[in-house]
Structures are given as C-alpha cells and as structure tokens.
Ligand binder design. Structure first.
Ligand SMILES: *[C@@H]1O[C@H](CO)[C@@H](O)[C@H](O)[C@H]1NC(C)=O
Length: 367
C-alpha cells in the first residue's frame, strides 16, 4: 500500500471514530438507566433521544478516541443554566440506579449528585467498571451497604456517597483503593469499625466519615498517611485514645473528632502541631491537662476542647500562639487565672464558661 494512501486511511479512521455515534449497546444501557429514574421538573432527560448520545445527550460525554460513553454527570444543585432557567434552586429526581449502568464498561465518571430522592442500593456491579475514577452520589436517599469488593476500583480517586442512608460496615476492601484521594462517607448510617489498615490509602488527602455510627478506636495506621490533610470522624461512637502520632502527621490541617467517646489525654504533639489549623475535640471524655505546648507557630482558626473532663490551668504558652481565632474551653474542670495576651483580646467569657474556678479577663477578676 502506498504510504500516502495508508495515511489517508488512518486520518479517515480517526475522523470517523471522533464523530461516530455512541454504540447501540451504550445508548441502550443509558436508556435503561434513564427509565429507572424520574426527573419531573427540569426535563434533563428530554435531550436523551436519537443515536448521538455522545454529543447531544445532557450530562453524557464520550471518550473521543473510542466513541464509548466515559462520563455521566448529572447534578441537582449547580450553576448550570438548566437549573436557573427552570427557576429552581435545586432539582429533584427519584427512582433507582439501574444495574444496567454497569454495561457502560468504559465509564470513568459517574456523578449523580444532590437529587435528594434517588433511593435503593448502589448497584454492586459498579465495582466491575474497570476505569471508574469518580463516583459521586452525594445528597440522595441511597440505602443498603457499600459494595463489599469496592477495593477492586483501582483507578478510583473520588468516592463520595455523603448525605445518604448507606448502612452496614465500611468494607474491609476499601483500604485497597490505591488511587483514592477524596473519601466522603459523612451523614450515613455506617456502623462497625474503621478498618485497621485504613492507612493503606496512601494517596488519600480527605477522609470525611462524620455523623455515622462508627465505633472502635482510631486506627494507628492513620498516622502514617503522608498526604492526609483533613480527618473528620465527628459525631460517631469512636472510643479509645487519640493516637499520639496523629500529632506528627506531615500535612494534617483539620482534625474533627468531636462528639465521640474518646478518652485519655490530649497528646502534646496535637497542640504543638505546626500545620493543624482546625481542631475540634469537643464532647468527648478527655481528661488530664491541656498540654502546655503552644508555640509562636501555632495558628488555630478553630480550637474547641469544650465539654470534656480537662483539669488544671489554661496553659501559659497559649498566649504565645501566633493566632487563635475561635477558642472554646468551656464546660471542663479548669481552674486558675486565664493568662493574658493579645490572643485573648477578642475572646468572650463564653469561651471559658462552665469551668470549676477560672478567673481573670474576660471572666471576672481573680479574688
Ligand atoms: C465542635 O464540635 C461540637 C460538637 O460536635 C459543635 O457543637 C461545635 O460547634 C464545634 N465547634 C466549632 C467551632 O465548630
């Protein structure tokens, strides 16, 4: 074959695949997916007709190289003109996620977010989508467990099922999600423990597990997570102590452990941590003294230690901290004079209320 002819063939085939309509099997899977859902207000599915699912169907896009469906992104709350046009602040969709979606085996992104009323389970077959990178199902009414073999999704970077009614345990396979960067399981009904090897999630930067019924200790393996910036376990039934090594995590910037059953002392490393800017340990059973470990590099936007069993003085070094935005030491058993310093000038008496015998500004002077 003459080189120029094969070149022509090549460029023709590129052209054809770039404009090819999606395969009939993909559009059939999308139609089955659509028929299990109902979206009465915006009419987002009205564009889902004809064969060209890759360019004409709202929320669907394809891999230009293969012409296969790669991305389904349907958000009930967004800046999208379709919402503004309908004069609604948010959409509502009911129905279920059809397992037919698992026939879209080149899918990399599935976003079905903030539709408020999509119910039923997450189809277990979703773990057979080998290229899936983003699974975002936040803000629906999904129930049942997370798929047991979710750890198979080796490309998954975002797993967000927050604000649903997911129950059961965190799957033992979850720590095998070796690409996972963002995990949000908040506001569900998950119970059982955080898997002991949770720290295997080496790429994870946000672990948001708040407001479930998770029990057991904070796994020590978490302390080895080099990229973890945000850890939120608030509003669960976590017990045991705060692992000392949490205070030496390299990039941890927010730590929310409030509203649990955590006991023991506050590790000094947490108070002295350079990068930690948001710390809420409120409403636990913490005892002992507040470590006198603040430094001129301490910079807390939020430092809430209220409703614990802390004793002793307000640490002297607190006034050496570079910044303390919101401080709450109320409802403990602290005693003695509140150290003075510019850090306290904006604080009100409520930050220190309900202790045993604190005194000095902003509370009444010591006797
Ligand atoms: C800390 O957590 C408690 C209990 O969950 C909550 O009431 C409080 O508002 C939180 N503090 C801040 C400053 O967000």
């Amino acid at each position: 074959m003459a080189p120029s002819f094969s070149l022509l063939l090549l460029s023709l085939s590129v052209l054809v695949s770039a404009t090819a309509p999606c395969p009939a099997s993909d559009s059939a899977a999308l139609m089955a997916f659509r028929s299990a859902l109902s979206e009465p207000y915006l009419g987002i599915f009205s564009s889902w007709t004809g064969h060209d699912c890759c360019s004409k169907w709202y929320g669907v896009s394809c891999d230009p190289a293969t012409g296969r469906v790669a991305d389904i992104t349907l958000r009930g709350e967004s800046e999208d003109p379709i919402l503004a046009h309908a004069g609604r602040s948010g959409g509502i969709m009911s129905g279920r996620i059809s397992p037919e979606i698992c026939r879209l085996d080149r899918l990399t992104t599935l976003v079905l977010a903030d539709w408020k009323q999509i119910s039923g389970p997450i189809p277990p077959c979703i773990t057979s989508l080998p290229l899936l990178r983003i699974l975002d199902l936040i803000g629906n009414r999904l129930s049942g467990p997370l798929p047991a073999d979710i750890g198979r999704l080796s490309h998954l970077t975002v797993l967000n099922v927050a604000d649903n009614q997911i129950s059961g345990q965190i799957p033992a396979s979850l720590p095998s999600l070796s690409s996972l960067m963002h995990l949000d399981l908040s506001n569900n009904r998950l119970s059982g423990r955080v898997p002991p090897n949770f720290g295997d999630l080496r790429m994870l930067s946000r672990a948001l597990l708040a407001r479930n019924q998770i029990s057991g200790p904070i796994p020590a393996s978490i302390c080895s997570m080099a990229r973890l910036a945000d850890l939120d376990l608030a509003g669960n039934r976590i017990s045991g102590e705060v692992p000392v090594a949490l205070g030496s995590m390299p990039v941890l910037s927010s730590l929310y452990l409030d509203g649990n059953r955590i006991s023991g002392r506050i590790p000094a490393g947490i108070i002295g941590s350079r990068g930690l800017g948001m710390l809420n340990l409120s409403r636990n059973a913490l005892e002992g003294e507040i470590p006198d470990a603040f430094t001129p590099r301490s910079y807390f936007m939020v430092l809430d230690l209220s409703y614990n069993r802390l004793r002793g003085h307000v640490p002297r070094t607190l006034s050496s901290a570079a910044y303390i935005g919101h401080l709450d030491l109320s409802h403990n058993h602290l005693c003695g004079p509140i150290p003075d310093g510019s850090n306290f000038d904006h604080l009100e008496a409520t930050s220190f209320a309900g202790n045993d015998c604190l005194c000095g500004a902003p509370l009444p002077a010591c006797g």
